[in-house]
Design a protein around this ligand. Structure first.
Ligand code: HPA
Ligand code: ZN
Length: 326
């Protein structure tokens, strides 16, 4: 069996996927036309040509611009269904989707419009393809903690439909400590906790995410490789890292995939997973991330199997509810 077929056949969970980052230019233009929204680009080709990023911020500027095409409940539904169709083809049996409500509520879209559309797609993906899923609300860290509290307030009537909270957007200069009180409140509410840390930010942000936010998984975490004491801790505590290799190269965290720290993290015994982050912007969905990383770093099939297994074990599905593949 060739590598691509092997990877697709592995039952796996996707644990780091921004649903707004799965908006392909074709759908962006279709939604913009349908909704009468102006985009900063003239064509699908010009949009793709603009996806040459120098760092996280240069990506985020385009990502927030593209999200402006999403207006109605049906748009969020269509977006998530398109993602699930791709995930299914890649052998994803379970997906935990990040969504950024502040990106939409700041444009006058109701919190419920976003949540209703995404949740309807999650239900449909379960019925149509047997894919289970969870929704994780991400707070935008370039905004204030107060803004985060206002978003949590909007989420309160819907907590049965939201399984966890995360922290994303511009990392440098916005350490986890800025959100310690907000995440303490989320923990009291019984929400699962994750945060982006150690993508562009220093290893110290990973330590803050663990100690001040109480995260159960670290999103990215690839700069942990710079701190041996932190590496030892992550291995000891078996904190899962949701690594996104193609994203890291596109955003210049590593210049080439061959230089990625993933193999070093894996060899040190950390609970590494592979995910796609914002696949419409970074050139590949989850299976592509597995295959390209395996080729660049020389990962064996046993290692790929271990990584897929890690993703199932690190999911937020309670043991009692797990399907046979877990
Ligand atoms: N990092 C931080 N924020 C994000 C990302 C990311 O990779 N993708 C979407 N929002
Ligand atoms: Zn991310």
């Amino acid at each position: 069996m060739d590598l691509d077929a092997y990877v697709r056949a592995l039952p796996k969970a996707e644990l780091h996927l921004h649903i707004e980052g799965s908006l392909e230019p074709e759908m962006m233009f279709e939604l913009a036309r349908r909704n009468g929204v102006a985009l900063p680009w003239d064509s699908v080709e010009a949009t793709r040509a603009a996806y040459a990023f120098s760092d996280l911020q240069s990506f985020l500027d385009l990502y927030y611009a593209g999200a402006a095409a999403l207006i109605h409940e049906r748009d969020f539904f269509d977006l998530a269904m398109a993602y699930f169709a791709r995930a299914r083809a890649d052998g994803v049996v379970h997906a935990e989707l990040f969504f950024d409500p502040q990106t939409h509520t700041a444009r006058g879209i109701a919190f419920e419009t976003v949540l209703d559309g995404l949740e309807r797609a999650c239900g449909e993906a379960q019925v149509r393809w047997g894919i289970s899923s969870r929704l994780i609300l991400c707070f935008l860290r370039h905004l204030s903690e107060e803004d985060g509290f206002a978003t949590l307030q909007q989420a309160l009537p819907h907590l049965a439909r939201i399984h966890g909270v995360g922290l994303d957007s511009s990392e440098k200069g916005h350490p986890p400590s800025k959100f310690a009180r907000l995440f303490a409140r989320c923990r009291e509410l019984g929400l699962h906790i994750v945060a982006h840390a150690g993508e562009e930010g220093p290893p110290a942000y990973i330590v803050e995410a663990l100690d001040l936010l109480g995260v159960e998984r670290i999103d990215h975490g690839v700069r942990a490789a710079e701190d041996p004491a932190l590496m030892a801790r992550l291995a000891r505590e078996q904190v899962a890292l949701t690594v996104c290799p193609l994203s890291n190269v596109k955003l210049c965290v590593f210049q080439r995939l061959e230089q990625h720290s993933l193999k070093q993290l894996l060899d040190a015994g950390l609970k590494v997973t592979i995910n796609s982050d914002d696949p419409a912007y970074f050139g590949g969905y989850i299976a592509q991330n597995y295959v390209d990383t395996a080729r660049a770093l020389g990962l064996s099939r046993a290692e790929l199997k271990r990584i897929a297994r890690n993703s199932l074990e690190a999911s937020f599905v309670p043991e009692a509810l797990r399907q046979p593949w877990f």
